[in-house]
Design a protein around this ligand. Structure first.
Ligand code: AAL
Length: 400
């Protein structure tokens, strides 16, 4: 019996010691897996939740340190008249502003019609005087500014050509390219009221020796349409040229499930077309569409690659993304209250930079500035910190 009791005591002591060791071991293990108190710059070598894993897929784990993150603030522009906001005058889809001899220039869609648009779903009732959409029966106008806030509307840059020339119904949504001392405007050229069979239009191009014009028509259907049943069949929108790797990269948009028969299944894709000179021929990137989120195109040289602001449509709406090769975009940040049809002032858009610096301001539009019946758009300015040369932390610069 004595021996039995001794053995029991020994066993109890041993098992107590064992328990203590086990707790220590557990603590040690736990300490290893606990997320550090200070946010690590690199992925720690511990088991991570899915969200913690993703955190290290972004340029920086802390969003405030992320150079491809910003907030946006908006300023009403001075100098544009909207006829009392009755919907007969609209300005939208601005080009990126450019700076020439100390003056900023911008081109944009201007509609000045006898009545506001009746809507894409009533496009069959549109006439030579009655617009279907906000960008129907439009022309491309331009304005200049010294500070980017007060603008002087200078007049028409591209008017509608005679019927049946491409764009006779409407010319809209321009963007600018500066190439070898000349200026090129790319824009949508409509041959029917938008909404009739969809938002169908090819891209035309005009050139000038000065940003003040005069503009000479240089080509139609510059970005080839996709074949029937392809995503960019009969619709190439929002052409935005950048000079990259010695070539012209034009990003453009097309809509899947076109209007009006399949409007409820609408979705948007962006493609890339590349050429050696502004008039083409343009070759489409084999991986098109290169972006499956966004709406109007906003792409800019960033470091050695291309960054984009995806707004409004798609699963990755309201994000900024980056592609080293200009085609394979990856999420860089998630943003809010983003500028619509953003047209940033990108000083190095056409310099073929290998170290893109980004931007701190630009122009965008607000649609349906009036009531639903008097729908029109206004151009506004946005300020942000998407520049690598803008030194303060991202969130401080916007004043938001
Ligand atoms: C805009 C742009 C294009 C479309 C229309 C006018 O947001 O995507 O320009 O065609 O809407």
């Amino acid at each position: 019996l004595k021996i039995g009791i001794k053995l029991l005591l020994i066993t109890m002591v041993v098992s107590c010691t064992k328990t203590e060791q086990t707790v220590e071991q557990v603590n040690e293990k736990q300490a290893e897996s606990v997320f550090p108190f200070k946010l690590p710059a690199k992925k720690p070598n511990i088991p991570l939740s899915a969200s913690s894993e993703r955190m290290f897929d972004y340029p920086t784990p802390r969003v405030q340190d992320n150079e491809l993150f910003s907030q946006f603030k908006y300023t009403r522009l001075k100098g544009f008249d909207y006829n009392g906001g009755d919907g007969t005058v609209s300005r939208r889809d601005p080009s990126r502003p450019i700076l020439v001899n100390g003056t900023y220039y911008v081109w944009y869609t201007k509609r000045h019609t006898i009545v506001p648009p009746i809507g894409w779903n009533r496009a069959a009732e549109a006439t030579d005087k009655i617009p279907s959409t906000d960008w129907d029966l439009a022309e491309i106008w331009y304005a200049t500014s010294k500070d980017g806030i007060t603008w002087k509307e200078e007049g028409v840059a591209i008017s509608r050509p005679e019927k049946p020339k491409s764009g006779w119904r409407s010319v809209a949504t321009p963007d600018i390219l500066v190439w070898k001392g000349k200026y090129y405007l790319y824009y949508q050229a409509f041959d029917e009221p938008s909404g009739l069979r969809g938002d169908l239009c090819p891209v035309s191009v005009s050139s000038a020796d000065s940003p003040n014009g005069p503009w000479t028509h240089r080509g139609d259907k510059v970005i080839p349409f996709g074949k029937e049943n392809e995503w960019d069949h009969k619709a190439t929108h929002d052409p935005q040229p950048i000079v990259h790797n010695g070539k012209i990269y034009v990003y453009y948009k097309a809509a899947y499930n076109k209007w009006p028969d399949n409007r409820t299944n609408y979705a948007v894709g962006h493609g890339l077309a590349i050429a050696d000179n502004p008039l083409g021929p343009y070759t489409k990137h084999p991986l098109n569409p290169v972006m499956q989120s966004g709406h109007e195109t906003t792409y800019w040289p960033y470091k050695g690659g291309i960054a984009t602001l995806a707004i409004k449509d798609g699963n990755e709406r309201e994000t900024i993304q980056y592609a080293e090769d200009g085609a394979n975009f990856k999420l860089a940040s998630s943003v809010s209250l983003v500028p619509t049809a953003a047209a940033p002032f990108v000083a190095d858009a056409f310099t073929d930079t290998k170290d893109g610096r980004g931007f701190t301001w630009g122009l965008s539009h607000f649609i349906n500035a009036g009531t639903a019946k008097k729908g029109y758009s206004i151009i506004a300015r946005f300020d942000c910190d998407l520049s690598l040369d803008y030194n303060e932390p991202a969130y401080k610069n916007t004043g938001v």
